[in-house]
Design a binder for this molecule. Sequence first.
Ligand SMILES: C[S@@+](CC[C@H](N)C(=O)[O-])C[C@H]1O[C@@H](n2cnc3c(N)ncnc32)[C@H](O)[C@@H]1O
Length: 299
Amino acid sequence: MNNKNTMPRPAKAHPTNKAAKAEAELAEVLRPGQSVELLKELHILTREGRLNQDSRRKLKQVYHLFQFIEQLLRELPGEGAEATLADHGAGKSYLGFIIYDLFFRARQGGHVYGIETRSELVERSRALARQLGFGRMSFLNLTVAESAQASELPAQIDVVTALHACDTATDDAIAFGLAKKARCMVLVPCCQAEVAACLRETKALALSRTPLAELWRHPLHTREIGSQLTNVLRCLYLEANGYSVTVTELVGWEHSMKNELILARYTGQRKASAATRLRELLAQFGLDTLGDTRFRLAD
Ligand SMILES: C[S@@+](CC[C@H](N)C(=O)[O-])C[C@H]1O[C@@H](n2cnc3c(N)ncnc32)[C@H](O)[C@@H]1O
C-alpha cells in the first residue's frame, strides 16, 4: 500500500488565520507608531513586512542598544526633546534611523547627524530620510576627525554614538565628544590596531622582563591585548575628562566579537586618579607617544 496516499496530511493553516497570526506576531514586537517601512528598508523585516528568525534576532539586538541610548536621552534637559545626536562611522545609518524613528519622530525638536566617509552610503541615507519624511536627520560625508570642525554641525552635541566605527575612528569620536561637550557617549569599539602596533614596536620595554610580557608574546595576543588595553585607556581618558563610565556587553551581538559597550555620562568631575593611572599605563606599556596625541591630558 502506498503510505503517501493513506497518511493523513497535516491540516494547512487557513490563509487568513496565517496572515492574522503573522500580524499579531509583528504587533507584539513593534513599538507603538514604529515605521514598518523603515524596518523593511533596513532589511530587519522581510519585503512582505514579516518577521523571520533572523529579523526577530536583529530587532532584539537593536532594541537592546536603543534602550541604553533612550535612557541617556531621557536624562537630558526636557527629557531629550531638543537633543542633538551624532552617530560616527554611521555606515547605512540603521542606528541613527532607529533612534530617530523610536525617539525623535514623535517630538518636535532634536536632530540626528550621521557621519560617514563612504559617499554612496551617505547618499543612500539621505534618500531614505527623504522617503520617510525624517526631516531632522542630516548625513555628512566626512571623517569623524573632520566633523569636529565642520560648519554643518552645531558647537554642542548632546549624544555621541559610534557603533563599530573602524579602528581609531572611536578615538576620534571621543575627541569629537570632548570638543562638542557631549553629555554622553555610547561607544562600541571595533578592532583597533594602533596600540598593538606600538606594542609590537616597543615591546612594552618596562614590562618585557616580567611574566606579564607573556600576555603579548604571540601576534594574535598582541592584537587582542592591544585592543583590550585601548579600551581601558579610553575609559580612563573619559573619566579623567569628567565622565562617569560604565562598561557592559552588547548582548545578542553574536555576529561580532566586538561587543563591548562603553557608556559615558558627563558629570564634570575630572577623576585625578584616572589621569594618574592613564599616564602610568602609557609609561609602563611604552606608549608615551599616545599620551601626546590620543590621550593628551590637561596639566
Ligand atoms: C563596521 S561599519 C559600522 C557601521 C554602523 N555603525 C553599524 O554598526 O552598522 C564602520 C563604518 O565606519 C566608516 N568609517 C570608518 N572610518 C571612518 C572615519 N574615520 N570617519 C567616518 N567614517 C568612518 C566606514 O566607512 C563604515 O561604514
